[in-house]
Design a protein around this ligand. Sequence first.
Ligand code: ADP
Ligand code: MG
Length: 706
Amino acid sequence: MSLIKLDNVSKFYKSGDGVSVGMRKISTEFNLGEFVAVTGESGSGKSTLLNVISGLDSYEDGEIYIQNEETSHYTNRDWELYRAKYIGFIFQSYNIIDSYSVYQNVMLALEIQNYPRHLRKQRALELIEKVGLKSHIHHKAAKLSGGQKQRAVIARALAKDCPIIVADEPTGNLDSESSKQIIDLLHEVSKEKLVVIVTHDFDQVKQYATRKIKMHDGEVVEDKVLKKTEAPQAPEQPTLKVMTVPSVIKFSLRNLFTTPRRTFFFLLFQIVIMTVFTFAYTFLMDQARNNLFGDGYTGGNSNYFEFYTDWTTDNRFYVLRKDNQTMTASDYNALSALQGGNHYVYKDFTYIDINNFSNLQVYADDSTFQLYNFKLDTTYSISNTPQFIIEGRMPEEQNEIVVSNMFQNINVGDEIDFFGNRRVYLEKPAQIVGDNITFEYTNEDNYHEIKIKFKDGSYSRIEGNFYEKFSIPQFTGRAASDVEEFSVYVERYINDYQRLVVVGKYNDNNKGVLYLSHDFLDSPFLGNGFMIAARTQVQAERIFDSIDKNIYRVVYPELDKGTIQSLFGPINFIVSLIFYALVFFFALFMYFILYTVVRNIMQARKKDFAIFRSIGANQSKLGWLVIFEQLIVMMISFAIAMIILSSISYSNFVVNKLLSILTMTDYMIIFLTFTYLTLWLARRFNKRTFKFSIIENIQESKEETL
Ligand code: ADP
Ligand code: MG
């Protein structure tokens, strides 16, 4: 039984319109122990023969038997297995992975075939010593001379421990001294193996060759046994060893580390893309959300809060009970416990949206001026970003405030006179006398609100100015004896005056806000309405969403919250899908740029992969290698991009505000988008690489490196 037997094998190349003959009707056999020299002029088909018998290239006609097994039905995978089990290949152009050291190149072969882990290192050292490269063991392959590279390749081929070594003009690029060393080496390792060596200089191998094959024009014109070899013994079926998944991951990492410049470029490029993308995403989402939520103040919600939108900030809203009962401690606890963001419940909202600010004056250096166009907020909402205090500090006392950088005329140390009519809402002692509810009346009472619960369970709530008595039959149409419970509230305006000291200036990008101290606003008394202040608008919206609207009436002046609630209504859902699609296509576009830019880099890697494959790595594992590599780069880039973004956002208010709209879900979406695109890119590359045969890849990359 022969190891390899060719029966009328032909190979044609389609080039352009014509077909050229690689080899024609070749019938021959190869056996273990042989040292076959293949000679012939250039273009005679030597390489073709070698590539075909080593399964690197396909054949069209005839049959090749490997240990008596037909191969015409072989699939790519079968050839892959054949190469992995049988072939050690040495090319003329010393196919070595330039970015790896000698040691790593040899280890590669051991790892690919999953050579016993504890013996690998020793085996690699032995082989390297054998080919005389001990002194260059950790040199990068790119830095070796031609002869040294070829010796490293031989060590690598030997590491495979396979029965067949094929060498295509291994000395073609070498001086005669190196050539001799290579041939000696090949001879030395050839015992019990089949060595097929192509050379146009037969004299070089004459000394060792056991057989000479001469080719001409694709045909064998001479096939002569020079030395008798031992009777060909039946070779054992070599066993296949496969690369393990940890090895694949290790290779991915190694590939990244051995090509630092390439990795750096990849990282840099992806970081830029991710940063730009995150901004674009944020911007689009901001747009989307504004579109969806709409803008504007539904003042009609409440005739109780008569504030102007100009005075409110986007992170605050107001809460009342729907049944018009006064707020209680349990309301306070319920609202404080809401999930969705950092927020604080102010028990008496009236301080911060006092109706009349006409008297708000600043005293500085004896000159007085009034403040117009400002908003009020609480320092609670900026306490998380103290880095934007550009002058002074956060308040420590009740009467200290911080002002926006918009107020150029206000300096730290100035004083602000805070006048306003604070509207309060008080319950009055009252009783039923005859048909009337009576109570005490003063000139300060603005208007009354009478609430009555009748014995049949119905309610009446009537507003108006009733002076000191309210006639039950006249206003409700019911008898006084039907009343079970009742209460009388009165609204009053109280002039409020505070002198506040400016202790800090806050760079809020000229929003024009006066930040009243948290302590100042934090009233110990329960008011009739609460104010909820969140750190950001997004958090405020989320808290808003989690409030039970059956119990509470919520007024959010900055936004028309009715629209937010219908966010997941069908139209809004479609709108948001469109925005997501827009974002996705943007990412795709960025990746196309990335793809075009990196294609050339990846092209150079095709040679590396061809080498991996020629050593016996299987295609799907190599595919995974590329995927892992790209995923690792993607994840590192993502982490760095996020670090960059948060440091920009730490020092820049606008970016800080912009990015604050991103939620965990958004980050997940961004991450998954890049994961998807990375896989897509890697798969695209894999497809392009593996659709070509090894030989085509090697030839292609050779052309490109020229
Ligand atoms: P050698 O190695 O003896 O120089 P080859 O086996 O490389 O010869 O080539 C044999 C013949 O096949 C030549 O005529 C060559 O032009 C042709 N040939 C080899 N490779 C290709 C290819 N990829 N496409 C088209 N023709 C090819
Ligand atoms: Mg050739």
